[in-house]
Design a protein. Structure first.
Length: 342
């Protein structure tokens, strides 16, 4: 059973696992309690504990914290930890409970992965306009689609942050602005009162961003001041997962001095929402070397489905194509696909 945690918010060498052995521990594709789903659908976010095994969280943190690796200490991993990696964090990306949670939140049976990367954020004194240290409030839809988010009740995507560090020690917990209901003044579209939208220059740093709006668009500045007044930083524990939306107001907060915060950032979309882009270069770009192929072979059809592979029962499949699949991936179990053929 997943721990029911709607957390009290406070203001202001790693190939260790056999994927098949991991799969045997999963008993449910409906991992979220109803209050989690309702909070995400109404307030725009929810925090879930005990969704992922402690062993995977610990191994993922060790991988990312290895002092012998070359790291980007701010935003992104420069491709190092972008899925697929051949390391333990791949098992987070295609974790059945994460996939099940996303399906619950969207109310969809078929969802597609659009982002999977892991990165570190170190405490620093950088305060240039594009600094990632103390972010401005924003929504994530801007660099995931050319379109504006749909009506609130028609959510098309789920974003998630998996906390691999002890946030009480490191700082850097993500702040959110909970939506209070349909009449919430901070959640009335169009959502353009932020840098990088509607002609406003992109400014990442909070202080520089708010100074720009105060000088040039006082009405927007007053609106944005309310975001900071209503922000909450959930009491994240190591291993927690923050599920949020592309139309949720949120921001990254400073990491404590001399500390490093490790997280994974993931996102999924409804299968039919083809207007959302894929953040990563592509799921098959690291093929040819056996590591990705082994992971793919050991996945379940549901997990492969998040990478765009048709599910059993899809009209794409016939015996000839399944034969080709079996020829390419030695040891793959095609029985679930065969069982659904007409």
């Amino acid at each position: 059973m997943i721990a029911l945690v709607l957390r009290n918010a406070i203001p202001t060498t790693t190939r260790l696992y056999s994927f098949k052995s991991l799969l045997s521990s999963f008993s449910s594709l409906v991992p979220l309690e109803t209050p989690h789903v309702e909070q995400w659908r109404t307030s725009g976010y929810t925090v879930v504990s005990d969704l992922l095994e402690t062993s995977i969280i610990e191994a993922s943190e060790r991988l990312m914290s290895d002092p012998n690796r070359k790291h980007n200490w701010d935003f992104g991993s420069d491709g190092e930890f972008a899925f697929p990696t051949g390391h333990v964090i791949d098992h987070v990306t295609v974790h059945k409970k994460l996939i099940g949670a996303v399906k619950q939140l969207l109310g969809e049976e078929e969802v597609l992965l659009t982002q999977s990367d892991a990165w570190l954020k170190a405490g620093n004194k950088d305060n240039n306009p594009q600094s990632n240290k103390d972010q401005r409030f924003h929504m994530d839809y801007g660099n995931h689609t050319f379109l504006h988010p749909p009506d609130w009740e028609q959510a098309e995507a789920v974003a998630a942050i998996v906390y691999l560090s002890d946030i009480e020690q490191t700082g850097g917990g993500t702040a959110v602005v909970p939506r209070t209901g349909p009449e919430d003044e901070l959640y009335q579209p169009p959502y353009i009162n932020m840098p990088g939208q509607a002609g406003h220059p992109f400014i990442n740093d909070r202080d520089h961003c708010e100074a720009y709006f105060a000088q040039n668009f006082p009405e927007v500045a007053r609106f944005r001041e309310k975001l900071y007044q209503r922000q909450v930083i959930p009491d994240y524990s190591k291993g927690d997962v923050l599920f949020y939306r592309y139309d949720t107001w949120h921001r990254g907060t400073p990491v404590h001095p001399n500390q490093v915060r490790c997280v994974m950032n993931l996102a999924w979309k409804k299968k039919q929402s083809h207007w959302f882009g894929v953040w990563n270069p592509g799921w098959a770009t690291k093929n040819y070397y056996g590591v990705t192929e082994k992971l793919f072979t050991e996945m379940s059809p549901v997990q492969r489905g998040t990478l765009g592979v048709p599910l059993p029962g899809d009209q794409y499949w016939d015996r000839r194509k399944l034969g080709y699949l079996e020829a390419r991936y030695s040891g793959i179990d095609i029985k679930p696909y065969l069982d659904k053929l007409d």
